[in-house]
Design a protein around this ligand. Structure first.
Ligand SMILES: [Zn+2]
Length: 113
């Protein structure tokens, strides 16, 4: 389980943002998760609650998780598109020569204050 270290770096990032922007309450944090990253959002929530329990700015924030998209480009026709699933054929020319970029395992998309 590496969710505890991931969550503690998320909390560090949020604390830096709070300091920089002088935020006094974070209401929601939106995350994007890779569909193939294998990160368990419930574990992130669990560690977040534990790590922020004494932090008035962070502790009541609602964590919202969405799946990030995979970026795919077709080497035959040049079409590029995004998908939640890995696919084996281009949506335009049906070619099978694709370059695939998986998103980061987790990223902070936005914060509501
Ligand atoms: Zn194509």
């Amino acid at each position: 389980m590496h969710e505890s270290s991931i969550t503690s770096s998320i909390v560090d990032i949020l604390k830096n943002i709070i300091k920089e922007k002088e935020i006094n309450k974070i209401l929601k944090v939106h995350f994007l998760l890779s569909p193939y990253g294998g990160i368990d959002s419930d574990s992130i929530k669990f560690y977040y609650e534990f790590l922020t329990k004494d932090d008035l700015v962070l502790k009541d924030a609602k964590l919202i998780f969405k799946k990030d998209k995979i970026k795919i480009a077709c080497k035959s026709c040049g079409e590029s598109f995004e998908s939640l699933k890995l696919i084996s054929r281009c949506i335009k020319c049906k070619g099978s020569s694709l370059s695939v970029v998986l998103p980061d395992d987790i990223k902070i998309k936005s914060i509501e204050i």
